[in-house]
Design a protein around this ligand. Structure first.
Ligand code: ADP
Length: 473
């Protein structure tokens, strides 16, 4: 039990380690592919930008710069006329919104990039984004900060007059860029007559995840397959180990039971032999006869036991050899039950009810008799009161069915799964209270199957059991 738990724990532990290692590897591969994707598109976009400057003589923001310059001049003029040297928070917000709007609206870069990507046959469905880092109005030598992003101030040491960190909550576009999914195409720094502007142009691809997933798929699939293989291998090995353990326990039980079974007739014979040596017995002829009969009976029993064991081990090596005859199943059943009653029925009350088709069935009469006898003797043996056995025969789906019901001790649900296994004996109760080798039902199953049929059990512990044998006509 302890060893079993250790194997189980070690196995589960190794699988967890394997899964963790695979997750780390896959994450690494994903990150690498993601970075490669970003790098690729960054190089492509910078390439595109160079082409644009060469062909168009502009970086795509000329119109925007002019409009921002005009707007800045107007704001400064208004400040001058009001004799003010700074803007209110609201004015700053409005101004930065305007700058943001103009930068987005009046730029030709996105369109150029899209066409450039398309021409190169790569993904062209991207979203562009402008992130303003700094915007200042310049009035002669005086600088009026309108917007300084946190990132900007962190990146460069604040200059004099940069006391204003961030003027109110800027619109969504001006938040800190998400560096993992966005690709920085270019950072622009401009100083016009009336303003100074620093901003970034970023792009991101909505189906980037899909593309990266596609590139990672091979590693992902291999990882999943390797995990599945290891888990199934472990499961199969563990199951086999448990099955072997179960079989070895069964074999040990069998050897114990067999020794016990063989010892009983053997010790009776030994005692009887010794008895025959006694002078008082030798002079009594009837006692000699009685003892000789006892020896004979026990020898037959011993012989039966040994034959049974030999026969089973022979089955293992060769196929069942059936010597089939055509039989009227109802009449044949009646014969078997009657001879069981007269033989060793042990006072059991046995009733029979047959409703078979009027059709002969091919049976090996010897094996079939053993099958029924095993069921009947079990019904008698596994009983703690006067045994009442009901045998019912009927036809169902062109099969002859024979139901043997008893009022015995019954079989638990778990034992029902194994009673037909070789050497299996139910664990409940004193194992020596009911003698046996755990071969009777194994025999029954083998014989039924050799005839192309089957046997099943249903039972309620304490109430009794029903064994149903089906044989094809
Ligand atoms: P054996 O009787 O030699 O132990 P069997 O293969 O005939 O072996 O039976 C296997 C086990 O099934 C028995 O040990 C017993 O626990 C259980 N069993 C079989 N028949 C009955 C029955 N009619 N009622 C209750 N238990 C039964």
């Amino acid at each position: 039990m302890k060893k079993r738990n250790t194997i189980l724990l070690l196995g589960i532990f190794s699988i967890i380690i394997l899964i963790t290692a695979q997750i780390i590897i896959i994450r690494g591969v994903w990150k690498q592919k993601d970075e490669m994707f970003n790098l690729r598109y960054r190089l492509f976009s910078q390439d595109a930008l160079d082409v644009m400057v060469r062909q168009w003589g502009t970086d795509g923001f000329d119109t925007a710069r002019i409009l921002i310059g005009v707007k800045s001049g107007m704001v400064l003029q208004a400040l001058d006329s009001l004799k003010k040297d700074s803007l209110t928070v609201k004015e700053k917000q409005d101004l930065i919104k305007h700058v943001d709007f103009v930068l987005n609206k009046e730029q030709d870069l996105s369109q150029f990039l899209s066409r450039y990507f398309e021409r190169r046959g790569i993904d062209k469905d991207f979203n562009s984004k402008i992130v303003i880092n700094r915007f200042e109005l310049i009035n002669f030598d005086q600088r009026i900060p309108v917007f300084l992003s946190d990132e900007f101030t962190n990146r460069r040491s604040p200059q004099s007059g940069d006391t204003l960190r961030r003027t109110g909550p800027p619109p969504g576009r001006m938040r800190q860029p998400n560096r993992t999914s966005e690709i920085l195409v270019k950072r622009y720094g401009n100083e016009g007559n009336f303003y100074r502007l620093d901003f970034e142009y970023l792009i991101d691809f909505s189906d980037k995840q899909k593309i990266v997933l596609g590139e990672t798929a091979a590693s992902l699939v291999l990882s999943i397959i390797s995990i599945l293989l290891v888990v199934s291998l472990f499961y199969i090995t563990y199951k086999n180990l448990m099955e072997e353990k179960r079989l070895s326990n069964l074999k040990t039980d069998f050897i114990n039971n067999m020794t016990h079974e063989l010892k009983t007739p053997l010790s009776t014979i030994t005692v009887a032999g010794k008895t025959l040596e006694l002078p008082t017995i030798r002079s009594n002829e009837s006692k000699i006869l009685e003892t000789a009969k006892l020896i004979g009976k026990q020898s037959v029993h011993l012989n039966q036991l040994i034959n049974m064991i030999l026969e089973i081990s022979m089955w293992e090596r060769t196929q069942f050899q059936l010597d089939k005859k055509k039989v009227k199943i109802g009449d044949f059943m009646n014969d078997i039950v009657e001879s069981f009653k007269s033989g060793g029925g042990n006072g059991a009350i046995i009733t029979q009810k047959y409703n078979f088709k009027d059709q002969n069935i091919d049976l090996d009469t010897l094996y079939f008799t053993t099958l029924i006898n095993n069921l009947l003797s079990n019904a008698v043996k596994y009983s703690d009161k006067d045994p009442v056995i009901e045998i019912e025969g009927f036809t169902e789906d062109n099969n002859a069915c024979i139901k043997v019901s008893d009022n015995g001790i019954g079989i638990s649900k778990n034992d029902q799964k194994h009673v037909f296994d070789k050497f299996y004996r139910a664990s409940t109760g004193n194992i020596h209270k009911y003698k046996g080798l755990g071969l009777g039902l194994y025999y029954v199953k083998k014989i039924a199957e050799a005839h192309g049929g089957d046997v099943t059990v249903s039972s309620k512990p304490g109430k009794g059991s029903i064994f149903t044998v089906t044989l094809p006509y």
